[in-house]
Design a protein around this ligand. Structure first.
Ligand SMILES: [Zn+2]
Ligand SMILES: [Zn+2]
Length: 304
C-alpha cells in the first residue's frame, strides 16, 4: 500500500505526470472505442451512431457555440437546458467551460494568449493537445457571467458526467431491448454503447476539433481578419456549418456562418426549422454591411 501511495504522490508532484493523468479520459475514450471491434456490426448500431452524431454535433454547434458562446439567438429556459444537457453528453465538459474558453479564443485569436492557436503553437496542440492539458480544465467564470446566473447550467457543468452516463445507459437499454424483442437485428446493449457512444463521440471530437486546428491553417480567406481563420467547405460539411470560420471570425454574432446559399450551413437551416415551430427566436444573421464588405474587399492572402 505504501508503495502505491508513493507512486501517486510522485505522479502528482511531477508536472508531466499530472498532464498525462489529466489527459487520460480522452485517451481512454479512444482506446475504449476499439471495443466496437469486439461487439460486431449491425445496421441498427450504425443508425445509432448516425443519430448520436447528428444530434450532438447540432447541440455543440448551434447550442454550445452559437447560443452559449455567442448568444446569437434566443430560446426558452427549457430548451436552453436541453441544449446544455445534450451537448454535454458529447463528453467535451459543460457549456460554461466550453463558452468561456471559446470567448477567450475570439478575444485573442492567433495571438500569444490564444489557448488553441495552430499558428502560435502547432496543429496537434490546436486540435487535441490543449484539451488534454490540465491547465485549461477550470472555468473562467468572469467570461460567462450571463450563464452563471442559471443554477441548472452550473449543475450540468459541475456534474458533466451525468449526461454522458445517461446517454450510455439509454443506448444500453435500447440495444438490450432490441436484442430481446428483435433478435434478427443482430444488436446488443454493449454494441449500441460502442457504436452510439464511443465511436460516435470520437468522430464528434475530431470534427469539432477540426474547427480549432484545420480552419486556422487550411482554406480560403474572404475577410482580412486579424487572425488566420479560414473558410473550409469540407469542415463545414462535417460540422454542420462551422467550417465557414473566416466569415464567423469577421462577425461572430451571426447564428448563420455560411453567407450564401452555396455555403452549406446545416445548423443554421435546422435553427430556422426550430424557429418555425417556436422553439427559438430572434436569430441573428450577418448585417448588410458585411455583405457589402465581402463584395468589395481585396484579400491580401488567398490561401489554398
Ligand atoms: Zn477560430
Ligand atoms: Zn465562435
Amino acid at each position: 500500500m505504501a508503495s502505491i501511495r508513493n507512486i501517486f504522490r510522485h505522479a502528482l508532484q511531477d508536472e508531466d505526470n499530472r498532464l498525462l493523468m489529466a489527459s487520460s479520459p480522452i485517451f481512454i475514450m479512444h482506446i475504449l472505442a476499439l471495443g466496437a471491434l469486439f461487439t460486431g456490426f449491425s445496421w441498427a448500431a450504425v443508425l445509432a451512431l448516425l443519430i448520436t452524431y447528428v444530434v450532438r454535433v447540432f447541440a455543440l454547434t448551434a447550442g454550445f457555440h452559437r447560443y452559449f458562446s455567442h448568444r446569437s439567438f434566443k430560446t426558452s429556459r427549457t430548451f436552453q437546458f436541453i441544449m446544455a444537457w445534450v451537448g454535454t453528453s458529447a463528453a467535451q465538459l459543460g457549456p460554461m467551460w466550453w463558452a468561456a474558453n471559446h470567448r477567450h479564443h475570439h478575444q485573442h485569436s492567433d495571438k500569444e494568449e490564444d489557448i488553441h492557436s495552430p499558428v502560435v503553437k502547432d496543429a496537434f496542440w490546436a486540435h487535441i493537445g490543449w484539451v488534454m492539458c490540465r491547465a485549461y480544465g477550470t472555468i473562467q467564470h468572469h467570461r460567462i457571467k450571463d450563464l452563471n446566473k442559471y443554477p441548472e447550467l452550473r449543475f450540468i457543468d459541475r456534474f458533466h458526467i451525468l449526461p454522458v452516463l445517461s446517454l450510455i445507459g439509454l443506448l444500453y437499454v435500447v440495444g438490450a431491448g432490441l436484442n430481446i424483442y428483435f433478435p434478427s437485428l443482430g444488436t446488443s446493449g454493449m454494441q449500441m454503447v460502442m457504436w452510439g457512444f464511443f465511436l460516435s463521440t470520437i468522430l464528434v471530437y475530431h470534427v469539432t476539433f477540426c474547427v480549432n486546428s484545420v480552419t486556422h491553417i487550411v482554406g480560403s480567406k474572404r475577410f482580412n481578419n486579424d487572425d488566420e481563420s479560414r473558410n473550409s467547405w469540407w469542415v463545414a460539411l462535417l460540422t454542420f456549418g462551422e467550417g465557414w470560420h473566416n466569415n464567423h471570425h469577421r462577425w461572430p454574432l451571426s447564428a448563420r456562418q455560411g453567407m450564401y446559399w452555396w455555403e452549406f450551413d446545416l445548423s443554421y437551416l435546422l435553427l430556422c426549422g426550430l424557429e418555425k415551430v417556436g422553439l427559438v427566436w430572434d436569430i441573428k444573421v450577418y448585417p448588410k454591411s458585411i455583405y457589402e464588405e465581402a463584395a468589395n474587399i481585396t484579400v491580401d492572402d488567398k490561401a489554398v
